[in-house]
Ligand binder design. Structure first.
Ligand code: KG4
Ligand code: ZN
Length: 341
């Protein structure tokens, strides 16, 4: 089954064609990242304006790259939420128009289900069969949650962040240190030459019996550390490394704790933009005994249409025609709707 997918939930515009949920035949991603590097963050209406301009060229590029035509496509998939409403509407309106024009069924996908499907993606031949049950840490600019899944659509949300997301902590931390947007990659780069033990940041929600995450305290701690450190501008690598270490430690602590309860787990997956972080990957490999799986390419960690095409395929496989049900475009969509008990 070949699915043509569109994703435009934030500042990116992406189109992809996915074969049987796994093989990426084409994945084109453009982003207004450079535009927003100047403003230090995304301006929603500007993002949507740019997406309107590039959507059709991106679709053409995607078809061209795959050497396929609309007649080779079996279904269309699109991110229906959550995200910036104006950006989402550019994607869903385009997808509805294409579905009508090409006479194909349409599948609306929760953005998070896309991230959860990203470890299945590969540009070459399909990777080994992935083993459920899976514990997945999904961490990006908008969410940080832990999932236990027995299939693509069955399982439960174990915990989530009580305040900021992990990627948001990187983004805000980077802006405090004067590092460019998006914060995660520039933070990770600055941290490579720093000493992670130089500054001590305490563990969030320490002493409480919870699997939830919290990052706002770390952000405040970074603010005070900068205020109280003379010539902090000369210590940016140490500050970045110590703060990065604290974020990763909090994420891995929670995976470790969750595995005590969910002891039938066979694989641990890291998805979302923050899963691109190499310190996080190294820490999971060091502390967690189970096989760890991340996307086969960094391009599938951050927002992209390939993961939406993959999730749509698995939705169709597990739900049948119910996957084609009409849907609304929504800026906020409950996380609980991603999987069913
Ligand atoms: O999944 P994503 O592309 O978009 C959202 O759905 O939010 O994630 C973007 C987030 C941003 O906060 C970005 O700073 C973070 O992922 N990120 C990273 C890295 N690359 C991207 N965080 C830490 N280390 C990285 N290498
Ligand atoms: Zn995302």
């Amino acid at each position: 089954m070949r699915i043509f997918a569109i994703e435009s939930s934030c500042d990116e515009t992406s189109a992809a064609i996915i074969l049987d949920g796994r093989q990426v035949l084409s994945n084109v991603v453009t982003s207004s990242e450079k535009l927003f590097a100047e403003t230090g963050g995304v301006i929603p209406e500007e993002a949507a304006r740019k997406q309107l301009e590039v959507m059709i060229p991106v679709i053409h590029a995607c078809l061209h790259e795959s050497k396929l035509q609309s007649s080779d496509i079996d279904a269309i998939a699109v991110t229906r939420g959550p995200g910036l409403l104006t950006s989402l509407l550019v994607g869903t309106t385009t997808a509805r128009a294409l579905a009508a024009l090409w006479k194909k069924p349409l599948i609306g996908v929760h953005h998070t289900l896309g991230h959860l499907a990203s470890p299945w993606l590969t540009a070459e031949k399909p990777i080994d069969e992935i083993q459920f049950p899976i514990l997945t840490l999904s961490a990006s600019g908008g969410h940080t949650d832990l999932w236990y899944r027995t299939s693509h659509t069955k399982g439960k949300l174990i915990s989530r962040t009580r305040d900021d997301a992990a990627g948001e902590a990187f983004d805000k931390g980077a802006s405090m240190l004067g590092l460019p947007y998006p914060g995660g990659p520039s933070f990770a780069k600055a941290a490579t030459t720093g000493d992670a033990k130089a500054f001590a940041f305490s563990n969030p929600l320490a002493g409480t019996d919870t699997l939830d995450f919290s990052f706002s305290g770390l952000k405040t701690a970074l603010k005070y550390t900068i205020r109280d450190t003379a010539n902090w501008q000369d210590r940016i690598p140490d500050l970045a490394a110590s703060f990065e270490q604290a974020i990763c430690r909090h994420l891995v602590d929670r995976i470790e704790q969750a595995l005590e309860t969910y002891d039938e787990t066979r694989e641990v997956h890291l998805v979302g933009g923050v899963s691109a972080n190499t310190s996080l990957r190294a820490m999971v490999q060091k502390r967690i005994q189970l096989p760890m799986r991340v996307s086969t390419s960094l391009r599938y960690c951050t927002d992209n249409a390939a993961m939406i095409g993959s999730a749509a395929y698995f939705l169709q496989q597990e739900m049948g025609d119910a996957a084609y049900a009409p849907f609304t475009t929504q800026a906020s969509l409950p996380l609980e709707s991603v999987v069913q008990a």
